[in-house]
Write a new protein. Structure first.
Length: 103
């Protein structure tokens, strides 16, 4: 059994300049924990594989293609491969979510 705690996993440099921590990195899937403080954003980008997001804490705006939605805790959002997507924390609190990339 392998157990990974977010608090014991270091951040990695990313083009978004946010707190991102790899929890799992396998050939078939990758799981990343993202933390956005108030005013932070995950810049619009394209991922070449299907992705889903799971909101752990807080509220944020997710943009996928031409659609935007405000989402909160315990919400799952699907993002198809090769579609631009972004996240915005317009709240006063912390936004934490998992990014799961499926290969």
């Amino acid at each position: 059994m392998k157990i990974t705690k977010v608090t014991e996993t270091g951040t990695f440099q990313n083009p978004h300049g946010i707190d991102a921590r790899r929890l799992m990195d396998l050939p078939q899937a990758q799981v990343v924990h993202m933390r956005l403080g108030p005013g932070d954003s995950l810049k619009k980008h394209i991922t070449p594989v299907d992705v889903f997001f799971y909101v752990l804490e807080g509220e944020g705006v997710v943009e996928i293609g031409d659609e935007k939605a405000t989402v909160g805790t315990d919400t799952l959002i699907e993002s198809p491969a090769n579609i631009p997507h972004a996240w915005y924390n317009e709240s006063r609190g912390t936004l934490r979510f998992l990014v799961v990339k499926l290969s």
